[in-house]
Design a protein around this ligand. Structure first.
Ligand code: 5GP
Ligand code: ZN
Length: 219
């Protein structure tokens, strides 16, 4: 069924072109999300047959497996950060300051730090995944995408429904283990960047996200 759509990538990674398949190894496959909810949205799929059908909360109870997935997810985050630098670096005020310093004559002893794009990437899982195969989201923070079309698209990445991989292992009484009771997806929209509240006004939120995206790139 449609919920099994991610299985094909771990079964036959070699059959996908580079614009879909980021990389694959014996243990992991990294792909582009087909319906990206940010300007850069990747998925990390562990290939371990004993884990791929488990809910992430259950799969990550295995401490050794969790460490392995975290390490790979950080690797993919670094790769994503490099991609953001290539895409947006020239717009960024910090990168421009660095370039200016580099081309000064004589250049200063201490160059300004370039922007830390790794901080602009979020890594985690959904409390209730819609796709069956175990996957970790690795995406830029911007939530700027034409595919972001519904309330749940925004809130599933912008409320505790999105569980950062660093939060694992979860405590037994963590409320995110009971996501249906907590109504995360029905919450008012809150801008990821400035905290402004938009109630249920999705069109207004989308407009605001476009402005925030432009400002975020130039930061
Ligand atoms: P979930 O809500 O299960 O955590 O996220 C599943 C993700 O898989 C979504 O972001 C969705 O856009 C993505 N997705 C769904 N079907 C496909 C597909 O066939 N190929 C790819 N590459 N991504 C998909
Ligand atoms: Zn804002």
């Amino acid at each position: 069924g449609a919920r099994d759509g991610l299985g094909a990538y771990i079964d036959k990674p070699e059959k996908y072109p580079p614009d879909v398949m980021v990389y694959h190894s014996e243990d992991f496959v990294a792909i582009h999300d087909m319906f990206p909810k940010s300007s850069l949205h990747l998925l990390l799929l562990p290939r371990d047959g004993t884990k791929t059908r488990l809910h992430p909360f259950d799969a990550f109870e295995d401490a050794e497996f969790l460490v392995k997935v975290k390490e790979e997810a950080y690797k993919l985050r670094t790769l994503a950060a490099g991609e953001l630098r290539r895409k947006y670096g020239k717009d960024s005020a910090q990168e421009q300051a660095r370039q200016a310093a580099l081309s000064a004559d004589p250049p200063p002893d201490e160059l300004p730090q370039g922007r830390d794009w790794e901080q602009e990437v979020i890594v985690g899982v959904h409390a209730v995944p819609s796709m069956n195969h175990l996957h970790v989201h690795v995406l830029s923070v911007d939530r700027y995408s034409a595919r972001l079309k519904h309330r749940k698209h925004y809130n599933s990445f912008s409320t505790p429904f999105f569980v950062p991989i660093d939060d694992f292992p979860l405590a037994p009484d963590d409320e995110r283990r009971r996501p249906t009771e907590t109504g995360y997806l029905k919450r008012d929209f809150v801008c990821w960047r400035c905290g402004k509240v938009f109630g249920s006004r999705f069109a207004e939120l989308k407009q605001h996200l476009e402005q925030e995206f432009a400002d975020w790139k130039r930061l």
